[in-house]
Design a binder for this molecule. Sequence first.
Ligand code: ADP
Ligand code: ZN
Length: 524
Amino acid sequence: MPDDALSQQALHLLQTVFGYPAFRSQQAQIVGHVARGGDALVLMPTGGGKSLCYQIPALLRKGVGIVVSPLIALMQDQVDALEEVGVRAAFLNSTQSFDEILEVERRMREGSVDLVYIAPERLLTQRCLEVLEITPIALFAIDEAHCVSQWGHDFRPEYMRLSVLHERFPDIPRIALTATADQQTRQEIISHLQLENALQFVASFDRPNIRYQIVEKANGRKQLLDFIEAQHKGDAGIVYCLSRKKTEETAAFLNEHGIPALAYHAGMELQERTSNQSRFLREDGIVMCATIAFGMGIDKPDVRFVAHLDLPKSIEGYYQETGRAGRDGATANAWMAYGLQDVVMQRRMIEESEASDLHKRVLGEKLDAMIALCETLSCRRVHMLGYFGQASDPCGNCDTCLQPPTSFDGTVAAQKLLSTIYRVGQQFAAGHVIDVLRAQETERVQQWRHHELTVFGIGIDKSEAEWRAILRQLIALGFVMVDYEHYSALRLTEAARPVLKGEEKIRLRQYQKAAKAVKHKRQS
Ligand code: ADP
Ligand code: ZN
């Protein structure tokens, strides 16, 4: 078919079947390329419109479009939505009866279905591969392709084995799609799925309607409540927490204060989890307090804010989680409270994990990049897009653009802190070190006679919170490390030496006392 006729047909399907007037950004090129039989790797942010990139080519080509997706819970909804517009769709996953599976297999063989969503573990079974051998196949779409990345938090071992599609069906076009854009993940997708010859389509990852704010954590929960009350009364939002327990505690706390909130985590009974999720989707103004188990594939356009009470493990995670805000294009907030404890906790979790040394190193680098985003003195968006390899100008819609943080010459403060760590023998954790700096004669200080040290009280000019903020930055900058095997004792690194000797100056971010969130002027 000539290119023109193909694009005409694609547009016709878009308008008559899906009811949209025009393709968005790169959709038309992607659809054309795949419909003509090419392989593609599509990197597009959540809400960008990835589904049409494989749905329309599947309709344009002969045979059945096979969509590999890990999101079993959403398959029924996806199929319903397609059938509603007259596309013949089905799915195969572990929730079905044998009869249902037989029926779908029959339709596949006959080619009397347009799209079939298949869970990866199902697809890899001998039985399913045999059915595919005798099915006329239009294309393979590999959705959430970042699940192939061993270093990401959505890793699914079965994804690694999807290269079988290329090996057994070399002539069928494949399109891999993800909203995760960093170079490493991209490389892993290409190599594990054997997509070396695929054309890459990289959309802009900017989400201009999202305002990014990262505030110093004092009392996270209370700060969250203030933030919601000031800017998001009655809005739907998601609050991400690190632990299951904390999701429940936070939901209870918000409810006590008149904010309707629910919890969601993988440890909950399936029924409760599902019911909370559907209440969040269907009712207005519910705040979901969740672990990162919540969110992949959730399509709720009017989430007005995403809050983080704990530091995400990577910029990819942060970007994906915050990306669930404002999918309708209206203004939305991404708000996070971040403090010393987050750095200590996340580093410790990596340290204590079962991962190999290489894996730990990669996780450590990802965490460092996330911390650098929190500590940056310049535009958050520029920093984040830069991490995804996209250059941009200061956005005017993040906290550092709107209220530029001030920095100060932190050399003397750093020297005081570093020498105190040194004087107490590098054997004590943050609390004690700060007590010594601030001349707190605690029992422990007396027990170790640390009030007799020359450094005792040299930091009396600053509050405990200020010292914590300084220490946090010194850890982030790599001058101090925490020894998790030794009661979280603070230790100096090699990098601390030139600072102590006065050979190196350091600039630190000025502590902002319980920084007020920057207010968003509501458009709607
Ligand atoms: P993604 O999978 O990238 O997160 P979806 O495919 O779910 O995004 O699309 C997000 C939303 O945008 C959906 O509601 C979809 O119907 C809509 N959409 C996608 N493409 C277009 C388009 N060309 N015109 C209008 N709406 C679109
Ligand atoms: Zn900015």
